[in-house]
Design a protein around this ligand. Structure first.
Ligand code: ADP
Ligand code: MN
Ligand code: MN
Ligand code: MN
Ligand code: MN
Length: 339
């Protein structure tokens, strides 16, 4: 038997976007615990904006489990928040609203800034560094500084050791801005892994005295790029049947549900979706082949393959909740009748 440190993670009740919360309990197991071996646990919902009425007890239900290479016998346990009856999802539990579909695949591209002393990492104390240009996928001290890459690499290694399905990382357009991509098969997998990867990144920042800034336009109305979280998605039908008629019906459904999508695509998105900087305006809906100025980008491969494959919704921003985003995308897809 060995004592394991179980870090239960969940999303609190803050609006418009939830924060990650976590606390540890120690339990003994013969070997690394499986999901089935992890018990329900409780917390004080009155401290996380999740208490309803007079009863402050909320319940944590483990939904996915990851080894934590930064701690001896460490375990990261992603949880849903449920009611004291042990079954009913809490009103803040967006994960429970995601349609169960093992054939749904998501790939999220998380952009973010490192921040130190209220400024992007690598910015001078006053004024601005040289304008954007060399930073995207850049190399060298002047372009990436002396700390960012170290954090990025360490984050990647911890995530890979946890079994999180990272597909890649890159330095982004603004100084101090980076991206990682996570892909997952199943309607909830990439979203679970995104929240755990965010947790690992924020926790790692503690060690370096650096915050992770997820706001979509932290430098306001300037020429510095904002941050998105493009959502790439496909279903079994899209990959295997597809077709021009179905695609056009799907895009009509996305256009009709435009406001429902924007509502969960992250706060302050009007600052980012301006029609400039490779975005479509927040008031418009469009799709386009290989068009980075469209709401939905259709990869060349999709057209070549008789309208089969995946699509990229470019509107979700860096601060969006991947649970709410996946939930809305699948809701809109499921409103379209299959041939
Ligand atoms: P770009 O920056 O050009 O948009 P990225 O490589 O950063 O491209 O992101 C593309 C994303 O698309 C990846 O996260 C990848 O996992 C995802 N993706 C690829 N194929 C599929 C698919 N069939 N279904 C859903 N997502 C997919
Ligand atoms: Mn990308
Ligand atoms: Mn990017
Ligand atoms: Mn970008
Ligand atoms: Mn993209």
């Amino acid at each position: 038997m060995a004592k394991y440190k179980l870090e239960y993670l969940w999303l609190d009740g803050y609006k418009p976007v939830p924060n990650l919360r976590g606390k540890t309990q120690i339990k003994e197991y013969e070997s690394f615990p499986t999901l089935e071996q992890l018990p329900l646990w409780g917390f004080d919902g009155s401290s996380t904006k999740q208490a309803e009425g007079r009863s402050s007890d909320c319940v944590l239900k483990p939904v996915s489990v990851f080894p934590d290479s930064t701690r001896t016998n460490g375990v990261l346990v992603m949880c849903e928040v449920i009611m004291p009856d042990g079954v009913t999802p809490h009103s803040t539990n967006a994960r429970a609203t995601i349609l169960d579909d093992p054939g749904a695949w998501f790939g999220f591209e998380q952009e973010y800034f490192f921040y130190k002393n209220g400024r992007p990492l690598g910015f001078p104390e006053t004024g601005y560094p040289a304008p954007q240009g060399p930073y995207y996928t850049g190399v060298g001290y002047s372009n990436v500084g002396n700390m960012a890459r170290q954090i990025v690499e360490e984050h990647l290694d911890i995530c890979l050791a946890a079994g999180i399905n990272h597909e890649g990382i890159n330095a982004e357009v603004a100084k101090g801005q980076w991206e990682f991509q996570i892909f997952g098969k199943g309607s909830k997998k990439a979203a679970d892994e995104m929240w755990v990867a965010r947790y690992i990144l924020q926790r790692l920042g503690e060690k370096y005295g650096v915050d992770i800034e997820y706001h979509c336009k932290p430098l306001g109305n300037t020429d510095w790029n904002g941050s998105g979280m493009h959502a790439n998605f496909s279903t079994t039908y899209m990959r295997e049947v597809g077709g021009k008629d179905y695609f056009e019906q799907l895009m009509a459904a996305f256009e009709a549900a435009k406001d429902d999508h924007i509502a969960v695509y992250g706060p302050d998105n009007h600052m980012r979706l301006t029609g400039l900087h490779e975005t479509q305006s927040i008031d418009m809906f469009s799709w386009g082949i290989a068009d980075r100025g469209a709401s939905i980008r259709v990869p060349h491969s999709f057209i070549k393959n008789d309208y089969k494959g995946y699509l990229e919704d470019r509107r979700p921003n860096s601060q969006g909740d991947p649970y709410q985003i996946a939930s809305q995308i699948l809701k809109t897809i499921s409103s379209v009748a299959l041939a």
